[in-house]
Design a protein around this ligand. Structure first.
Ligand code: EPU
Length: 460
């Protein structure tokens, strides 16, 4: 397993192109299951979760052609997916356990094939993460759902001996923590091929849902209202192929904004979705970060300069803030850990409350090992700013918590070793190389290299 050795203390400066969004690309790829024509997606990031989705699609009967991006400054590669074998309908535990987002094949496969078998995702390091709302939504459309040997089995009942279709319905997707993003993706995708009209109330408003609706509409679907809490889907009999660009990754962009903040840096981010980052940028602005972008251009693909002046006394001049995670357009849970790293160095007490995944605090104990002063009570953490963090060996078994530790390492005195960076590789394309191109000092060390170096009597 690879790890990063980070020598902290360098002020980051330079330019980066934000890659295509992981969380948009995953349901977009799954949507190709709704048609037998080819679906082409551009700006798909080269990360481990996309590789997992490629394997999953192959397993459920799709051919996938992939052309990787030529260099680090392209937003991503091109994927063409074509569903060819409609009889392979089982998303097995082997893949689902490596990537929870595998659940987003359920709605498309059910709607097109009348049958889908998807291993029930278990809990993960950020909490329980049930899928009850996905299942209730599909049941409201007429699906018959059972659980067998850990697999969700979803069927459209046959009508008069013939394969039937889902039926349009009113579906409510509100839960204890607001809506569900992948649940909305599943129900909206499935409803495109239903008979009649579906109205989804309390739909997720995330930009990834808008990107998915854009693809489905380009395939011939009739969806209105995506991006608002009420989505209307007028069902059609069939969908065709399409070609679409994945939106830039707001969480990757937000993470690099934090990298500028924590190192007193000056970064220019191209292809930056400022429109999807209002809450995060507002918090960072209150903390003392400056943003400059051209407001007259496309706000989902802006060029945004992010800079942070050091304080007059050698401190970082960061001010404390209060942040609560919320569904979009509120402050996203996927940036909570990274913001916490920044606030560890603010001059005063910040308060962070996690309202989406109330146990998503794996980074708290690890940041404390680096000298952060953090006090957790239930879903709230008081971050009492310190003058400096100190490098230490750390590890977190969650993607965003690992990103938080890298950020802390960039600002810490001495060397920070972030172990098990495969979590980072799931969601950030070559984060080490990209940060190094901005002046960071990070070395990726893989066990393989170490084994060669350390092998007794080994020859070069
Ligand atoms: N929930 C339920 N029942 C359900 C579904 C969700 O109770 O059937 C609860 C969840 O436990 C959570 C809340 O509802 O408390 C919201 O969960 P949601 O379903 O919206 O999460 P998700 O769709 O499974 C996506 C992202 C996550 C991101 C969340 C919230 C993808 C692939 N994943 O997950 O991204 O944190 O939305 O915005 O889109 C990440 O990228 O690191 C990541 C975890």
């Amino acid at each position: 397993m690879d790890r990063f050795e980070i020598r902290g203390g360098t002020r980051l400066a330079g330019r980066l192109t934000i890659k295509g969004s992981k969380n948009a690309a995953l349901p977009l790829l799954a949507a190709a299951l709704l048609t037998d024509e080819a679906v082409t997606l551009r700006d798909v990031p080269d990360i481990a979760d996309i590789g997992n989705m490629e394997r999953l699609l192959a397993e459920v009967g799709c051919s996938v052609a992939r052309q990787r991006a030529g260099d680090l400054e392209e937003a991503g590669g091109v994927f063409t997916v074509k569903a060819t074998d409609l009889s392979a309908c089982h998303a097995r535990y082997d893949i689902v356990r490596t990537m929870r987002a595998s659940i987003c094949v359920l709605g498309p496969m059910l709607a097109r094939r009348g049958y889908a078998k998807v291993s029930m995702p278990g809990g993960c390091s950020i909490g329980e993460r049930p899928v009850d709302m996905h299942l209730r939504g599909l049941e409201a459309l007429g699906a018959d759902i059972t659980l067998d040997a850990g697999d969700i089995i979803a069927r459209i009942p046959r009508a008069h001996g013939k394969a039937g279709r889902l039926r349009g319905a009113r579906v409510f997707l509100g839960g204890p923590f607001g809506s569900t993003v992948l649940g909305t993706a599943n129900v909206m995708s499935a409803a495109t091929l239903a008979e009649g009209t579906t109205v989804i109330e309390c739909a997720a408003c995330e930009p990834e849902i808008v990107n998915l609706a854009d693809l489905l509409n380009a395939m011939g679907a009739r969806i209105e209202g995506a991006g608002s809490p009420r989505i209307t889907v007028h069902g059609v009999a069939r969908l065709g192929g399409a070609d679409l660009r994945v939106i830039p990754d707001r969480i990757e962009a937000g993470t690099y904004m934090c990298a500028a903040a924590i190192t007193g840096g000056d970064l220019t981010l191209d292809n930056c979705p400022v429109d999807a980052l209002m809450a995060h940028m507002d918090l960072l602005r209150h903390a003392g970060v400056t943003f400059v972008f051209d407001a007259s251009g496309d706000p989902m693909r802006a060029t945004c300069r992010v800079s942070m002046e050091r304080g007059p006394l050698g401190g970082r001049g960061l001010r404390p803030v209060q942040a609560t995670t919320q569904p979009h357009p509120g402050f996203p849970t996927d940036l909570q850990a990274q913001l916490m790293a920044v606030l560890c160095l603010a001059e005063g007490n910040s308060v962070i409350t996690e309202r989406i995944f109330t146990e998503r605090f794996l980074h708290v104990a690890e940041l404390s090992r680096m000298g952060a002063q953090l006090f957790r009570q239930g879903p709230t953490v008081i971050v009492s700013g310190v003058r400096s963090l100190r490098g230490a060996p750390v590890m977190a078994s969650d993607l965003r918590a690992s990103a938080c530790l890298v950020l802390a390492g960039l600002a810490a005195e001495g060397v920070t070793t972030v172990n098990r960076v495969y979590h980072l590789d799931r969601g950030y394309e070559r984060m080490d190389e990209r940060l190094c191109s901005l002046g960071a000092q990070i070395e990726r060390i893989s066990d393989r290299e170490e084994a060669t170096l350390g092998a007794p009597g080994g020859v070069a």
